[in-house]
Design a protein around this ligand. Structure first.
Ligand code: ADP
Ligand code: MG
Length: 390
């Protein structure tokens, strides 16, 4: 789950990670009122959407008067903001954050992510703040300093010094920076975050560090122990198909290939996608129907998969461990009555009552249902079916 910038900054504040003062607004009047409440004479009007690159897309504007706050808020609220992270369709802006203008001396980058290979959180810092960090990683990777923190010992002074010296900070700023990074590490760990990104981390004219931007992503499986974070969920920012799927207990992630996948278990789903790739095809989605695959969930799965117009074939790969294959076979047949499945469906069922299941499917005599004997056979048939060669 991701949150908005203003929410990430709310969390940062609780841990004494410095952020500019700001107030959220959903109307132009409120934006003006907030600017007056904040005081000062420079404000920044910032579109709140779950995507970065807002500045370049026209979603972040510096206002030098209350009239400009009004002007920019009315331009930004209700606009469809297109950034390199939203895709060409963009995102509708429903909220703006009104923030005090900060005196920027230097823009740095600071992030914390989970490094799955190292099995540790990694803190990343760069002097190339304010730019797309992906570009920096590609073009000048030596400009990103990475320090892995073993969670059993936690963040220590030496981690901070390695980062601070790597950034070439002057001696008098090293202590401040270490304090900042240490607080950010706590934010990451104590909230079960998967990612924190501060781009830019600003050094002000007076030599202080402040988080000018804030992005946070959380481990969905840990949300149960953070009800205050779950309450920050903004469903209007999430993919509508993924959301609908999750309401039915299905984990669905859209991808850009041609073969729709319906699988039980995340591990088998990953293996299925790999095998499709290996056989020369491309998966259109990840879909884990979970442990209770029945006619309704299978029907819902077909419905969601088929909303994607790139899908040329579906591969159902289910292992009957908790569920019995004959029940799933009947579920598939029932589901084809509930949903108009207009593409070939390759079905591989293995495990308890697999033989009975194969008989049920064959006896049903439905033209576009093709049975497969194992994973390799199923993936191969799905690839051929998608090409119209089966
Ligand atoms: P995004 O990364 O989505 O473009 P940012 O929050 O990073 O959005 O803002 C883009 C740029 O706008 C920043 O790099 C900074 O130069 C400027 N900016 C953002 N917030 C402020 C602020 N409070 N004061 C001064 N400048 C700001
Ligand atoms: Mg940014």
């Amino acid at each position: 789950m991701n949150v908005h910038e203003y929410q990430a900054k709310e969390i940062f504040s609780k841990y004494n990670v410095p952020v500019p003062r700001g107030l959220l607004a959903t109307t132009v009047e409120e934006a003006v009122e907030n600017a007056k409440k904040l005081g000062g004479n420079i404000w920044v009007v910032k579109a709140q959407i779950h995507a970065g690159g807002r500045g370049l897309g026209g979603g972040v504007k510096v206002a030098k008067s209350i009239e400009e706050v009004q002007k920019y808020a009315s331009e930004i609220l209700g606009m469809t903001l297109v950034t390199h992270q939203t895709g060409p369709e963009g995102k509708l802006v429903q909220k703006v954050y009104i923030e005090e203008g900060v005196d920027i001396a230097d823009e740095l980058y600071l992030g914390v992510v989970l490094d799955r290979a190292k099995e540790m959180p990694v803190i990343m810092a760069s002097t190339e703040g304010g730019m797309e960090i992906e570009k920096v990683a590609e073009e000048s990777p030596e400009k990103i300093i990475k320090v892995a923190v073993d969670p059993t010992i936690g963040f220590q002074g030496f981690h901070g010094r390695e980062l601070a010296f790597g950034l070439g900070l002057p001696k008098e700023q090293v202590g401040k920076f270490i304090k900042f990074a240490s607080a950010l590490y706590r934010v990451y760990m104590e909230n079960d975050a998967e990612l924190i990104e501060i781009n830019p981390l600003v050094k002000t004219g007076s030599g202080d560090f402040i988080a000018l931007d804030g992005k946070m992503g959380f481990d969905d499986s840990a949300l149960g122990r953070h009800p205050e974070i779950e309450a920050m969920r903004d469903l209007s920012e999430e993919d509508s198909d993924e959301r609908e799927a999750s309401e039915y207990g299905l984990s669905y992630v859209a991808l850009d290939g041609e073969i729709g996948c319906m699988v039980n278990g995340a591990g088998l789903a990953m293996g299925t996608m790999d095998t499709i790739n290996y056989m020369g095809g491309t998966p259109a989605n990840f879909l884990d129907v979970g442990g209770k695959a029945n006619a309704q969930t299978v029907a819902k799965g077909f419905e969601i998969i088929l909303k994607n117009k790139n899908v040329k074939a579906i591969f159902v790969n289910i292992f009957g461990g908790i569920v019995r294959c004959d029940r799933i076979a009947n579920g598939i047949l029932e589901a084809t009555k509930l949903v108009d499945v207009h593409v070939p469906v390759v079905v591989r069922l293995d495990g308890t009552n697999a033989k009975e299941a194969a008989e049920i499917l064959q006896n049903a005599g439905i033209k576009n249902i093709i049975t497969a004997s194992d994973l390799g056979d199923g993936a191969k048939k799905a690839v051929l079916a998608a090409k119209g060669e089966l």
